[in-house]
Design a protein. Sequence first.
Length: 113
Amino acid sequence: QVQLVESGGGLVQPGGSLRLSCAVSGVIFSIRTINWYRQAPGKQREWVAAITSGEYTNYADSVKGRFTISRDNAKKTVYLQMNSLKPEDTAVYYCKVPPFEVWGQGTLVTVSS
């Protein structure tokens, strides 16, 4: 069973930084592409970033240059370093391991002064 546990969210001022973590179990982590998604209040869930097994990364235009996705295969954890945060980054952030339709509980990021 795939299990995903996101953490690291919180309240941060505009321009601040946070690092999110996603602990993955139930799959062979090292061979998997991992995605981050987010869902803002009243909006649909949207894709944020992805990292492949070969550590190729890709980002949504809205976060490119501000967010960095990385992985630690030994810890079976993927990270999302978020810098220069904006109020529009406020959302619940989730990780996902395709092709499994499994979501964790998410971690809430609130960007506000």
